[in-house]
Design a protein around this ligand. Structure first.
Ligand SMILES: *Cc1c(COP(=O)(O)O)cnc(C)c1O
Length: 508
């Protein structure tokens, strides 16, 4: 039951706006101050919230202070604290003060710039900032706006949307050229490390699941594709009367951070007239530093390229930058021209209507956020941010390597360290392989149950590995060292138990 309505209904009164927004900002600042006190991964059981939140909405208004109080008592326990310095799960979601300021402004202005006229600044700033980003990353000029042949960038909410849109564009472009060859002939190429979003997108655009070619990778190639194997797969399809459509290469795969050889596989894609997308959702941000650009070598062979500044470039959720070499293909596939949106600017064809570059009609003013992040930090600080994260990850990698009970399983490229407790001896039979898997799984569980750090896992070549994905904005070297001590402590506890059972893992 709420109280009687003692205050007038003023949904956007500037004075109340100031007062309540300040209370929220203070609340969030306190959250950041105390964030290390919370267990990093939520420890609640499914359905925990059911008994804490009334099952009907309030009829009368409630004060913001009461609501904030309830957030603390009821919502916080059910949070996994992504902004905790000890969050090393999945890939991080970078929050920052300028990122938050950008979100506030985006939200405060709350314009919906689906077409140029719906807010010219939203569209024009997005075009300019996407060119800024392209220049920071030293992308080829073919991705810049105004380039002959029509390249350009757009900000999506997620890589999943970016992949979906590019695949739809590739599909429609191929179908317009084919002489009666149906969609059932189109094939899509990914590796077993490619993000599952490509599979989902293929399904959504109507490409039969049987036409998805999932190419196996191996330890020898660092879990990356090779040109030979991609070519062989495409050759086989052509010979069978299929039509190769789309290849996705990745810089920094989700599970292990592998890097596909972009130039080599891009050239194969060109040979076959296949749309080549480069997904650099996580690692793309590293491309602002010259020393990491070698991983993007050959990106000029790509038809499209995407990365998520909301992962590693201090832009709060959500923000995915997508560039295409030929915007017309994207627009041809995604544009709609309803009467109610007709306007002379769009008809004259001199403006961009970003609704034709994405799934939804409505769109947020995300360029505002990226603009503020880049201006407030400057490129130099953003580079420093990437570099210091990589240095901290290197430090963790060294700590793992120094402890003979452990091994680093996949070569580290950026800030992801994949490691596991090692089994002693050369030949590991099935039973011992299973034990090793169980042991590492137990280790991960006990680290996460401690609440002092949070990591996730991957499975590579049948091995269960722990993923230490560094990159939370608040992480400092002391957190890295403390987390490593935690892992060692949990490992010692486990090994003590299992050694009594006679299992041959290394002990100190
Ligand atoms: C995180 C990630 C994605 C998915 O990104 P969303 O923006 O959540 O759709 C895709 N690919 C890679 C390589 C990723 O790391």
């Amino acid at each position: 039951m709420g109280s009687l309505p003692t205050e007038p209904f003023l949904p956007l009164d500037p004075d109340r706006f100031t007062k309540e927004s300040k209370a929220v900002v203070d609340f969030i600042a306190d959250y950041y101050r105390q964030i290390e006190l919370f267990p990093v991964r939520s420890q609640v059981k499914p359905g925990y919230l059911h008994d804490r939140i009334p099952n009907t909405p309030p009829i009368l208004s409630e004060p913001i202070t009461t609501i904030l109080h309830d957030i603390k008592t009821d919502i916080f326990p059910g949070l996994t604290h992504w902004q905790s310095p000890n969050f090393y799960g999945y890939y991080q979601a970078n929050a920052s003060t300028p990122g938050f300021a950008g979100e506030m402004l985006c939200s405060g202005l709350n314009v919906v710039g689906f077409s140029w006229i719906a807010s010219p600044a939203a569209t024009e700033l997005e075009t300019i900032i996407m060119d800024w980003m392209a220049k920071m990353l030293k992308l080829p000029s073919t991705f810049l706006s105004g380039h002959l042949g029509g390249g350009g960038g757009v900000i999506h909410g997620s890589t999943c949307e970016a992949v979906l849109c590019t695949l739809a564009a590739a599909r429609d472009n191929a179908l317009s050229k084919s002489d009666g060859e149906g969609i059932t002939k189109l094939t899509v190429y990914v590796s077993d490390q490619t993000h599952f979003t490509v599979q989902k997108a293929a399904k959504l655009v109507g490409i039969p699941t049987r036409n998805l070619r999932v190419i196996s990778t191996s330890r020898e190639t660092g879990y990356a594709l090779t040109a030979e194997i991609v070519r062989a797969a495409m050759d086989a399809d052509v010979a069978a009367g299929m039509v190769p459509l789309y290849l996705c290469g990745t810089v920094g795969t989700t599970a292990v951070g592998a890097v596909d050889p972009i130039r080599e596989i891009g050239e194969v894609a060109r040979e076959f007239g296949v749309w080549f997308h480069v997904d650099a959702a996580y690692a793309g941000s590293a491309g602002i530093c010259p020393e990491f650009r070698r991983f993007f070598d050959g990106v000029e062979t790509a038809d499209s390229f995407s990365l998520n500044p909301h992962k590693w470039l201090l832009a709060n959720m959500d923000c995915c930058c997508l560039w295409v070499r030929c915007a017309t293909k994207l627009v041809d596939s995604l544009s709609t021209k309803p009467e109610i949106l007709t306007n002379s600017a769009s008809e004259d064809g001199k403006v961009i209507d970003y609704k034709d570059w994405q799934v939804a009609l409505s769109r947020r003013f995300r360029a505002m956020k990226l603009w503020i992040v880049i201006r407030r930090f400057g490129v130099a600080n953003l580079m420093e941010h990437i570099r210091s994260d990589v240095e901290m990850a290197k430090h963790f990698e060294r700590l793992v390597a120094e402890d003979e009970r452990f091994e680093v399983v996949v070569p580290r490229r950026f800030t992801l360290v994949c490691f596991k407790l090692r089994y002693v001896g050369e030949d590991i039979d099935e039973e011992e392989g299973t034990k090793c898997w169980e042991m590492n799984k137990k280790l991960l569980d006990s680290v996460n149950e401690s609440g002092r750090a949070f990591m996730t896992h991957a499975v590579v070549c049948g091995q269960f590995v722990l993923r230490f994905a560094l990159g939370a904005t608040l992480t400092e070297i002391r957190h890295v060292e403390e987390t490593w001590r935690l892992v060692q402590e949990k490992a010692s506890e486990l090994l003590m138990i299992t050694n009594e059972l006679g299992w041959k893992l290394k002990t100190l």
